[in-house]
Every structure is written in C-alpha cells, then in structure tokens.
Design a binder for this molecule. Structure first.
Ligand code: NDP
Ligand code: 8X3
Length: 258
C-alpha cells in the first residue's frame, strides 16, 4: 500500500542494474527523477525509456566531490527539492586474496562506495531538513555484515555504509528525515560481477551458476516499500537474500602438529 509518495527522487548509478529498476518504479509512481550517471549517452537513453516521466539527467563521476556539488547546485527549480536520495552507485573490484589485491582497486572502491556516498548525502541533507522531511536510502550489502574471502575492502566499504546509515539516523533524530540501508545478497541481471571480474563474463556467470538469485526488481521493491511507508515509519535496515543463499559457519584452517 502506498501511504506516501516522494516528489523528487535523486538516484546515483541510475544507469546500472538496480538504479534503472528503481528509476522505473518511481517513474511509475509519478515522481520527478534526477538520474545521475557518469556516461551522458546512457543517462539520456535511460531518460528516453522513462518518458513521459519528468527526468533531469546529471553526469558526474561520483569520486569527484566538486562535480557532485555542482550538479546539486545546478538542479532546475522543479527538481531542486530532492526528498529522496538513493545512494546506489557502487562497485566491487577483484575477488582474490587481500595480499594480492590492487591498491588502485581498493582506493576506487573507497572513493566510490564511501566518499561518493557521504558527499551526496551531505549535499542533500540541509535541503531535506529545511523542507521538513526527506529520506536517504543507501544501497549497502550483506557484505557489510558477513565477511568472505576476497571481500576485503568491498565488505569493509559496505560495513561503513551500514554504520553510517545508523549513525546518521541518530543525528537526525528530531528531524523528519528518514535513513534506510538496503542490504541485498546475490543479485543477477546487473553489471556487478562483470565489473568485479574486470569484464570476464565467464567468471561473472559462474557466480550465479545453478542458483536462483534475486533480481534488480526485487531490490527496487524493497526500496519502494521503505520510501512509501507513512512518514512516521523509519526502516533502519533491510537484509534480503535469495533462497539459494545463506550465511555459513566459521572457516577453520586445520594443520596436523608436526
Ligand atoms: P551495476 O554495475 O549494474 O551498477 C552500478 C552503478 O554504479 C552503475 O550505474 C555505474 O555507472 C555506477 N557507478 C560505478 N562507479 C561510478 C562512479 N565512479 N561514478 C558514478 N557512477 C558510478 O551494479 P548493481 O546495479 O548490481 O549495483 C548497484 C549497487 O548495489 C552497488 O552499490 C553495489 O555495490 C550494490 N549491490 C549489488 C549487489 C549485486 O549482487 N548485484 C548486491 C548487493 C549490493 P556506469 O553505468 O557508468 O558503470
Ligand atoms: C554484493 C553481494 O555477496 O557479492 O554486494 O558481496 S556480494
């Protein structure tokens, strides 16, 4: 049941799997959408597919705080009152052991998943508070709670997103601004694993082989549910996994005594 409909929804990573699925859902609800991506052609193409929904495209690399600030400052009047920010842009790079990982990959994950997310959040918050309400929805991950081999900085970045979400809500107590962290497990139908494996489609496909993963639409459903609840309700976190995935026990390395 839809109890509340946001007016202006700002989605980072709108050109990717989750971002596009989320944009479609809010377009269908009649929201005005700010579509953020780093590729102008892809942002324009997405806007075309969403027409006649009112959209405004912004193009920036989320690792560039100045560019994000300029995009917020230049929002046209009818898109300036952002009352829902969806911090979705993010990526994992590499899945090998930490001691063999690329430091450049680690820094790119930190700059994208952490610095980009906090920058967009900091820019959106004052307007939400001034207008008397708003909602920050972060796309975290089960990786933020459950570490796994090869997860290192990706897991840590999503742990940051989870704790930042909870801490933010603590600061926002007394305002009508909501904060939610959505924490999906395995989701296919996006570029996530292809990006992680640097374009190796075979390795990316192996992640989902013989399973029934979640879909981007499943994630979008959880986002829309949180955003359309009555304004008195704050969903702090949602953790969702496919039925074909579960958490497991500790791994133990056993070595016979010499
Ligand atoms: P996609 O790779 O399909 O989408 C990622 C989006 O982030 C793309 O739009 C991409 O832009 C954008 N992006 C990445 N880096 C930057 C950057 N430097 N500047 C601007 N935009 C950037 O993956 P998903 O849709 O699967 O991932 C969306 C979010 O969900 C991520 O935060 C991911 O960590 C998280 N997640 C994914 C899960 C999964 O299994 N798929 C599970 C749990 C969480 P571009 O289109 O230009 O590449
Ligand atoms: C994406 C899910 O399990 O690959 O965040 O880390 S996982």
């Amino acid at each position: 049941m839809i109890s509340y409909t946001p007016q202006v929804v700002f989605i980072t990573g709108a050109t990717g799997g989750f971002g596009t699925a989320i944009a479609r859902r809010f377009a269908a609800l009649g929201c005005r959408l700010v579509l953020a991506g780093r590729n102008d052609d892809r942002v324009r193409a997405l806007a075309t597919t969403l027409a006649p929904a009112p959209t405004h495209g912004v193009v920036f690399d989320i690792r560039n705080p100045t560019a994000i600030a300029e995009a917020f400052a230049a929002l046209p009047a009818d898109f300036a009152g952002v009352d829902l920010l969806i911090n979705n842009a993010g990526l994992a790079l590499g899945a090998g052991p930490a001691q063999q990982a690329s430091l450049d990959d680690w820094n790119e994950m930190i700059d994208t998943n952490i610095r980009g997310l906090v920058t967009a959040t900091r820019l959106a918050l004052p307007g939400m508070i001034a207008r008397g309400g708003g909602h920050i929805i972060n796309i975290g991950s089960v990786a933020g709670t459950y570490p796994y081999p090869g997860g290192h900085v990706y897991c840590a970045s999503k742990a940051f997103v989870k704790q930042f979400s909870l801490a933010l809500r603590a600061d926002l107590l007394g305002t009508a601004v909501r904060v939610t962290n959505i924490e999906p497990g395995m989701v296919n139908g996006t570029a996530f694993s292809t990006v992680r494996y640097k374009g190796d489609e075979t390795k990316a496909a192996q992640v989902y082989a013989d399973t029934t993963p979640l879909t981007p639409e499943d994630v979008a459903e959880s986002v829309v549910w949180c955003a359309t609840l009555p304004p008195r309700v704050n969903i702090n976190r949602i953790e969702l996994m496919p039925v074909t995935q579960a958490t497991s026990s500790f791994a133990i390395h056993r070595q016979p005594s010499p």
